[in-house]
Ligand binder design. Structure first.
Ligand code: SF4
Ligand code: SF4
Length: 502
């Protein structure tokens, strides 16, 4: 290999020698082998080049002797050739390979959630106190009937197609067993059950230990069809066909053979050590008619008892694609924006392909309404939903519920070091190394997820109460509650909202 050693480390480990007691905890805790005890000098030394700034050592150092700082080394950069760009060219000149990254798009592109402001009641249509009055956050995902039917006695005829009932409009995003650890899945499954929401298997199949959580599980069918069999389809409350993913629209997935070990190989139904490659397209889907066949094959296989979700990446023509999907027989459309996280993606794809979820959601909702087919499907949106305020804005823009991925990982202890692709997650989330996996205590992970969703649900109720709205149903698509700031006419028109002050 051609050496790349002339790249200066991105981070520097700063150790306070007065505070350091040479306990070597940092050495034991770092899977990247940054810290080492030097017997010669009888002190700890660091290899800055290996540091990914995951903060494991900083968090566990008993004397607070450590901090990690961004290196202030600079290239001879300019407005066109940033230091990052120069460094990436050096890396590729050394490796000859595609640059890989993880988590979401870090580029300084507009975050529309931050340019949308919410309304509140003042005098007329008074606000509601969520502590004293009932607030309904229950949400049903699935196809709705356009007309209400009654029998001869005038009673409602309950002939709704199958629905997912959520206690609050939040769902844990697809994260496969393999890309994240057993303990992370255990935390998600238990929390989803307690909360009355759902988690999503991703494309890695369902570990046999988690079948008891099936009533709160969305099972995914992706292009690789890993781990898909009759019992798997039967186990979930809903089935998601993954056509695309926000972090890497238009391409497939790749879990290296080194990660296909033990139960992961068994759950995915592929031999140990084999690369798990999901093709970019489903090899049997080249049109909406083909997609319809798969939707109905899955419905047929499960006796029409489970809603079918079709997940797409947010791309230029998302509205037209969604219009086709709404006619394909699918019950729910999941749209994943370009900031969505991932365990590994080619950097150039992650950072340059796809569009913001806010624009995709608004255009999809608008198109489905214009075509009179909005009730054919529910809309689940994903791609960096960061807070309860983002959730409220998404629902007012037309979503029925939101998928949470990165926020979920953060609740489990992720420090956004953005190096999941290495498999050496020091927090036990994006790893399969047994010594690292056990660092994530599933009891703690479970409780932190329950806390997060509980807190967000309280905040959602508070914000809705402030608007004088007492149910998610009344908030959905209520764009009158939104105003734009720092947006141009075109952006306001796509979002379908007025400017602040109007
Ligand atoms: S964990 Fe802290 S005190 Fe212990 S060796 Fe590392 S820097 Fe020193
Ligand atoms: S999951 Fe782990 S490796 Fe990935 S960004 Fe978070 S802390 Fe880093």
């Amino acid at each position: 290999m051609i050496p790349q050693d002339f790249l200066y480390p991105e981070f520097e480990v700063v150790r306070n020698p007065v505070k350091c007691i040479n306990c070597r905890i940092c050495e034991r805790e770092c899977a990247n082998e940054v810290h080492r005890y030097d017997a010669h000098t009888k002190s700890m030394v660091s290899d800055d080049a290996q540091c990914v700034n995951c903060h494991r050592c900083v968090a566990l150092c008993p004397t607070h002797a450590l901090k990690i700082v961004q290196s202030d080394h600079t290239f001879r950069e300019n407005a066109n050739w940033s230091g990052q760009t120069i460094k990436e060219v050096y890396k590729q000149a050394g490796s000859g390979g595609v640059l890989l990254s993880s988590m979401g798009n870090p580029k300084d592109l507009p975050v529309y959630w931050d340019k949308i402001l919410l309304n509140a009641s003042q005098v007329t249509n008074p606000s509601i106190d969520p502590l004293r009055e009932p607030m309904e956050t229950k949400t049903f995902l699935g196809k709705k009937n356009i007309v209400i039917e009654r029998d001869a006695q005038g009673r409602l005829v309950n002939n709704l197609p199958p629905q997912l009932e959520l206690s609050t409009p939040l769902v844990f995003s697809a994260m496969s067993y393999g890309s994240i650890s057993y303990n992370a899945h255990a935390s998600l499954a238990r929390a989803a059950k307690t909360l009355g929401i759902f988690y999503n298997t991703g494309e890695g199949g369902l570990h046999e230990d988690f079948y008891p959580y099936g009533t709160n599980t969305i099972v995914q069918v992706a292009s690789g069809r890993f781990g898909v069999h009759k019992d798997y389809l039967e186990a979930g409350a809903a089935i998601e066909i993954k056509m695309g993913q926000g972090a890497k629209p238009g391409i497939g997935g790749h879990l290296p053979g080194a990660k296909i070990v033990g139960d992961i190989s068994k759950t995915r139904m592929i031999p140990m050590g084999t690369d798990a490659i999901s093709p970019a397209p489903h090899h049997d889907i080249y049109s909406i008619e083909d997609l319809r066949q798969l939707v109905f094959s899955l419905k047929e296989a499960t006796d029409y008892r489970k809603p079918i979700i079709v997940k797409i990446a947010a791309v230029h023509n998302a509205a037209a694609i969604a219009s086709g999907i709404a006619r394909s027989g699918a019950d729910i459309i999941a749209i994943d924006g370009f900031r969505g996280g991932t365990g590994a993606a080619p950097t150039r794809i992650r950072d340059n392909v796809g569009i913001p979820i806010e624009l995709a959601l608004a255009s999809v909702d608008q198109r489905l309404r214009e075509e009179g087919i909005r009730n054919n499907v529910s809309l689940l949106v994903a791609g960096s939903i960061r807070s309860s305020a983002d959730v409220v804005k998404a629902i007012a823009l037309g979503a029925d519920a939101c998928y949470l991925g990165t926020a979920t990982a953060l609740a489990l202890g992720c420090h956004l070091c953005r190096s999941c692709q290495t498999g050496r997650c020091n927090w036990g989330i994006a790893t399969q190394r047994p010594d690292l996996v056990k660092r994530l205590n599933p009891d703690v992970g479970y409780q932190r997820l329950v806390n997060l969703i509980t807190a967000w649900t309280h905040e959602i109720k508070e914000i809705m109460g402030g608007m004088g709205i007492n149910s998610i149903e009344a908030l959905r698509g209520n764009r009158l509650m939104l105003r734009g700031i720092d947006l141009n006419e075109k952006e306001l028109s796509i979002l379908g909202i007025k400017y602040a002050g109007e």
